[in-house]
Design a protein. Sequence first.
Length: 258
Amino acid sequence: MGRSVLKYVRVRDYLRSLVTHELSAGDTIPSERLLCEQFGVSRMTVRQAVDALVVEGLLDREQGRGTFVAPTKVDLEVRLASFGEEMQRRGMEPSSTVLSAEVVAATPDIADALDILPGERVYYLHRVRLADGEPMAIEQSWLSCQLVPGLFDGDLPDSIYGELRRRGLEPDWGEDTVSAAEVDAPDAELLGVAPGRAVLRLARRTFAGETACVYSRSTYRADRYVLWVPLRAPRRPLTPRRTSGDLMAEPATTEVAR
């Protein structure tokens, strides 16, 4: 068993190095026959190594065509930034295809997310977001008409966050809900993937101070994104140093708004 595992690891690590340093997205990997001859292993061992890299997202297997190097994934960092800002930060050119831009009545769930009453008028913007011309995500956004009057009067804004800043509403915090799902046929066509492929779904409420200014729902291609969440150890609470005089009095407390 130990020798079998070692052989599988050798093939897997060789292929990983090949994908990382020599091959490009869309290139085919060496055939099973060639890998079997090169490493002196069985087809089962080679397939085990390939399967591991498919699971990692480094390889794509297409029935009847072969196994190819998967496109490079973009890290989807959980931080408050627009799609355009994120793509520009990575040296990619962002663009959008607008599917719908209209004023609609807020449904109860949208009203709850924006802290308004159901039925109030909201702007609805439905777009496919692209990077270097390739579909990366589908985004639906809602904003209160009272908060940003005239948003759709002229040309549609390239960046909703940028338009909010121009109006004195600085998006400074938010909350995300992330889940995994299988893409349905309509969204699969928009993203250029096969129906049933894995996607990341992200729902976000964006705030400027205490004002809920944007609610959005996005669908990201899982073959082009990996979720990256920076973590840090919790800080120890700061306790003021007490003197002998403090022992006779109740300590003062300060409430910090978050």
